[in-house]
Design a protein around this ligand. Structure first.
Ligand code: GDP
Length: 297
């Protein structure tokens, strides 16, 4: 279960406080120390933790709530609000083009869940909006990626455009977009290549595809289970590409929660969706307020 450690630690810190009636400066200090440690152990980015703790402390003091009888409940609310704010406040919808097709380009490291996410998101649009997406298989370096996308497309009855692994991905994207125009698809997903780590060749290829495809959305998939690395990876991609949204995958296996809490704050990019399992339906819109409540338990 995601966030289990953080939830446990935070609720313990809050319980200590709520058991007390009036609280004093010392109680607040102790609670802030607990919160700080809980966030650091959850692998939240250091700067984000610092900002978080400072904001909560300021609000707790500024509102002059310390003297009131329900100070502890108010601090719980401040923490809840700050968690929500740190994760971006509102859910941010997928960008949509005025004219078809809306082009969604995927980016991310190998194994982060790009191919799986393409299928999940296309299937969601098909189910919920009766969309007619086309999936372009442009990850030519991992041969299994194309097979994987074709199998998923077949299972979900979503067309997949591929030209095998011997064609330059830029050419595949051009031909795929022409095919989508011909077939009047309303969404096009481009499944791009990943690497084990960010490198120049990969970034150049992605930049070239960005120029060719003029995507309405560049969705970065990052693996929540990699914690701080997920945040660093997101920053690396955001430095090179015009990332418009993040999909945080494998949240079902992430016991810490650091990436969910850091990515928006560190990169300024909104998390738009979360992957919570391997099945095609295991993709959800990311709601910062619901996630905050879930974290607080
Ligand atoms: P890619 O290299 O980025 O295209 O990664 P894949 O889409 O092939 O995903 C790598 C592995 O992660 C696969 O085994 C997926 O089933 C798995 N995966 C992707 N998203 C999720 C998720 O949200 N939860 C879980 N548990 N597994 C996921």
């Amino acid at each position: 279960m995601a966030f289990e450690n953080l939830t446990e630690r935070l609720s313990k810190a809050m319980k200590n406080l709520t058991g007390r009636g009036r609280i004093n400066d010392e109680d607040l200090q102790a609670t802030m120390r607990e919160i700080r440690l809980a966030l650091l152990e959850a692998d939240v980015n250091y700067t984000t933790v610092k900002k978080f703790v400072n904001n909560v402390r300021q609000k707790a003091k500024g509102a002059d709530i310390m003297s009131g009888l329900n100070a502890a409940q108010q601090i719980v609310k401040i923490v809840n609000d700050e968690l929500t704010a740190t994760m971006g406040e509102e859910a941010v919808p997928l960008n949509k083009s005025d004219k078809i097709p809306t082009v969604i380009m995927m980016a991310g490291l190998q194994g982060a869940g790009k191919t799986t996410t393409v299928a999940k998101l296309a299937y969601k649009l098909k189910r919920e909006d009766h969309a007619r997406p086309l999936l372009i298989a442009a990850d030519v370096y991992r041969p299994a990626a194309i097979d994987q996308l074709e199998i998923l497309g077949r299972d979900l009855e979503i067309p997949v455009f591929s030209m095998g692994t011997d064609v330059d991905p830029r050419e595949i994207v051009k031909a795929g977009l022409a095919k989508a125009a011909q077939d009047k698809n309303d969404y096009v997903f481009i499944d791009t290549a990943g690497r084990l780590q960010i490198d120049q060749t990969l970034m150049q290829e992605l930049k070239d595809i960005e120029v060719i495809a003029h995507p309405d959305e560049i969705l970065l998939t990052v693996d929540a289970m990699t914690g701080q690395n997920a945040t660093e990876t997101a920053q690396g991609f955001a430095d090179a590409l015009d990332i418009t949204g993040v999909v945080l995958t494998k949240l079902d296996g992430d016991t810490r929660g650091g990436a969910a809490l850091s990515i928006r704050d560190v990169t300024g990019k909104p998390i738009k969706f979360v992957g919570q399992g391997e099945k095609p339906t295991d993709l959800d819109v990311f709601y910062p307020d619901r996630m905050a409540s879930r974290i607080l338990g």
